[in-house]
Design a protein around this ligand. Structure first.
Ligand code: AMP
Ligand code: ZN
Length: 458
């Protein structure tokens, strides 16, 4: 298996340090509002990697944290006039619901930042003791020049980093690149007692402390969006390696590319922020997931209505094939994943190639008239879909609910019954009229010995 490692800037052969239990940490959401479609990209991408690792190694320790202390959370609580806990609770539940609708599996563990304050304070104490951090005016800062490898992950020069971080040049900083490990809280802000006064942790420290607490000193994979590479991941790396005598925080660093909307950067000021919650009102979760995986994870993804429609259409075709093939509609747990799909994903998560492989299987199944082969190809399609977190619905249900028709399923079935009654009464004109009416609504009928089946035309 090969994965692109941001540290080297190259694809490298991947093997976990402990083949019985690979470890992966992905920076999770800051829970202060509804996740947008860009936030869903890392969740979905690393869910595919989680599924792939599970298939290969069995047991995977995958942690995705919840950042539940942050200035944006404090601001949201103030704005809505509710306690911070209410914001955290509400938007954590929203995040879980939205991600579940995209078939994102829960991670093995989901640590919350505020439940790891003692571990963070212990890490700060060790950093101060070792000369990597210093206390000044209620703050504790990490001293960047104490870690000569700083910048190695983001491949930036010192000047670029100072500009890029847009660090406020606080007079108490010994070096402009130094960053906060602990900062003071006002009485209204959330805070914890510490040797440096009442305060709260810096964001970067949270992840370092939670990785150490749950996964160990050096993990196999650390992931997140490309915007996190600098400064967040560079800082996590510096803190953890410093406190652990130089031992690396992660062997592989993976970063997903950014998502734009109709070729524009998604931003509040442009008013084009697309929430998963709103997309789910008009589209199926699997179609959103397919559209997110239709580009390779490291490439930029241009989100568009047309792209989403293509994703939906692609799934309609796969479900139509599944509905016509013999055999169960659920993947058998022991069914091997199709080799082509597996090989594509094991080559740095090449999801576009994996999709092409699914279509090759569907074409082969459609072209075959050997029931045994058709059954086998269906099982493979389902197993490949499962690895990608797709094709998890009953094909008939998908096809019945997938079109844009104004008729709901109950109404369609009522018309089908009326048509059957007309035919029984030998009123063929009426039966044909109903069939045409349904066709005009995009519903096609198929008369079978056991009754009439229907689906919406993709
Ligand atoms: P946040 O909750 O703002 O810390 O972001 C959570 C995750 O979403 C991070 O891994 C970000 O890198 C990722 N993210 C935010 N915006 C986008 C975007 N437009 N495209 C891809 N990933 C994004
Ligand atoms: Zn992090």
């Amino acid at each position: 298996m090969k994965l692109h490692n941001s540290l080297s800037g190259r694809k490298e052969a991947f093997a976990p340090a402990d083949p019985k239990r690979p470890t992966m940490y992905v920076c999770g959401p800051t829970v202060y509002s509804h996740p947008h479609i860009g936030n869903a990209r890392p969740a979905v991408v690393f869910d595919v990697l989680f599924r792939l690792l599970r298939r290969r190694y069995g047991d995977v320790l995958y942690a995705r944290n919840v950042t539940d202390v942050d200035d944006r959370i404090i601001a949201a609580a103030e704005q809505q006039g509710v306690p911070i806990d209410a914001i955290v609770e509400r938007y954590t539940a929203v995040y879980h619901g939205d991600m579940a609708a995209l078939n994102v599996l829960p991670p093995t563990i989901e640590p919350y930042a505020t439940r790891h304050i003692p571990q963070m304070l212990a890490m700060i104490a060790r950093l101060i003791e070792q000369g990597h951090a210093y206390e000044v005016e209620g703050h504790v800062l990490f001293h960047v020049p104490s870690f000569p490898a700083y910048g190695r992950l983001s491949h930036r020069s010192r000047d670029e980093m100072i500009d890029g971080a847009r660090v406020e040049v606080a007079p108490y900083k010994r070096d402009p690149a130094d960053f906060v490990l602990w900062k003071p809280s006002t009485p209204e802000q959330p805070g914890w007692d510490s040797p440096y006064g009442r305060g709260r942790p810096g964001w970067h420290l949270e992840c370092s402390a939670m990785v150490e607490a749950h996964l160990g000193v050096t993990i196999d994979i650390h992931g997140g969006g490309q915007d996190l590479k600098f400064p967040h991941h560079e800082n996590e790396l510096a803190q953890s390696a410093s406190v652990h005598g130089g031992a690396p925080l992660a062997r592989f660093w993976l970063h997903n590319g950014f998502l734009d909307i109709e070729r524009e950067k998604m931003s509040k000021s442009l008013g084009n922020v697309l929430l998963v919650h709103d997309l789910l009102k008009e589209t199926r979760g699997e179609a959103i997931r397919y559209a997110l995986l239709a580009a390779h994870y490291r490439k930029p993804l241009d989100w568009s209505r047309a792209g989403l429609a293509r994703a939906k259409h692609a799934l309609d075709r796969l479900y139509l094939t599944l509905s016509q093939l013999p055999g169960p509609n659920e993947p058998e747990p022991s069914a091997p994943a199709p080799r082509g799909v597996l090989a594509a994903l094991e080559d740095d998560l090449n999801t576009p190639k994996a999709f092409a492989e699914l279509f090759a299987l569907a074409r082969a199944a459609n072209a075959s008239d050997d029931p045994e082969r058709r059954r086998k190809l269906k099982a493979e399609l389902l197993a490949g879909g499962q690895l990608l977190g797709l094709l998890q619905e009953n094909p008939e249900t998908w096809l019945k609910t997938s079109g844009q028709s104004a008729l709901d399923a109950a109404e369609i079935e009522r018309l089908i019954d009326a048509r059957a009654a007309a035919r029984k009464a030998r009123d063929f004109a009426e039966a044909d009229r109903i069939r045409d009416q349904l066709a005009a609504e995009g519903v096609t009928l198929e008369d079978r010995a056991e009754g009439t089946r229907w689906r919406r035309a993709g």
